[in-house]
Design a protein. Structure first.
Lengths: 124, 177
């Protein structure tokens, strides 16, 4: 390969270092801290604020019935919901700070938060 | 033709800078025509010219060519003095400073690819800092760092390889004088 002949040993070193830098930057900038807590809201009011170290299930009553939420170490999900389209259930496990599952028909939301506040979008 | 009151003497060096800057501006236009998934992620093809100029004619000429490219490129693409212009200028300034230092690396070990990658990282670093300080004063800007750093690595390597190939394939006299 003629192109490879153009790369000197130092170039490989720089490429390697740069790749390590890129690799390191991913967890550094994309975590927004670790996922710490799961916040469950009902009608916009905080219904439960659960530490993500625990393993538990909670039932949240809403106008359509009850929404079942499961919390495991480091992640949480909506297990079942009486809503017609099941969007929040299909979202599956949430594990990064800022992620949110909203069961709008039953007026329940489940949000993951971390040490630092993150935004699900940036507007300017 | 009436004689101009100001007689500009054009040296061979001036012509060379003008030719090379033209090539760089042309590549900037090509760059702008390539669709990009994210503003800021661009191949930066004009940097190939900067690298070739740096290694063949020295740092001073590279600075001239780069600054002219930023000026003329922004005028042609219509973002002169717009935020993009200052981002471009900051990135170029930082990568030129980096190149000024990096060109003293032993040439036996470090080729154009090294210079290109270092310059690409300096470029994106400068742009991110300016964006954070001025355009989007929120740390959310840094969420894009991994994307930008990855792009800098990939495009830096590709541009460096192209520059290395150009330098290897053309004898010094083939360039516009």
């Amino acid at each position: 390969m003629r192109w490879l002949a153009l790369l000197l040993p130092g170039d490989w070193l720089i490429i390697g270092l740069a790749a390590v830098l890129v690799g390191l930057s991913i967890p550094m900038f994309w975590q927004g801290g670790m996922a710490d807590r799961a916040i469950v809201r009902q009608e916009g009011q905080i219904f439960a604020d659960i530490d993500l170290k625990a393993r538990k299930q909670i039932e949240v009553p809403g106008p359509l019935g009850s929404t079942l939420i499961a919390v495991e170490p480091g992640r949480a999900r909506v297990v079942s919901d009486p809503g017609p389209r099941q969007y929040c259930v299909k979202q599956g496990w949430l594990m990064r700070p800022g992620e949110i599952a909203i069961c709008a028909p039953n007026r329940v939301s489940l949000q993951i938060t971390g040490r630092t506040r993150v935004y699900d979008s940036i507007s300017y | 033709m009436t004689r101009s009151a100001i007689e500009l003497t054009v040296t061979a060096e001036d012509r060379r800078v003008a030719w090379l800057a033209t090539a760089a501006v042309g590549l900037s236009l090509v760059d702008a025509a390539i669709p990009s998934p994210l503003p800021g992620v661009k191949p930066g093809l004009a940097n190939i010219v900067t690298l070739v100029v740096l290694l063949r004619y020295g740092w001073g000429t590279a600075v001239w060519v780069s600054v002219l490219r930023v000026l003329a490129g922004s005028l042609l693409l219509g973002y002169f003095l717009a935020p993009g212009f200052f981002l471009s200028l900051t990135g170029t300034t930082l990568s030129l400073l980096t190149l000024g230092l990096a060109r003293h690396l032993p040439a036996r070990w470090f080729g154009p690819v090294s210079l290109s990658i270092l310059a690409a990282f300096a470029h994106i670093g400068g742009q991110l800092l300016l964006a954070r300080a001025w355009l989007i004063p929120h740390d959310g800007v840094f969420l894009l760092t991994p994307v930008f750093a990855g792009a800098a690595l990939v495009f830096g390597t590709i541009n460096g390889l192209i520059a290395a190939k150009l330098l290897a394939d053309t004898p010094a006299t083939d360039f516009p004088r």
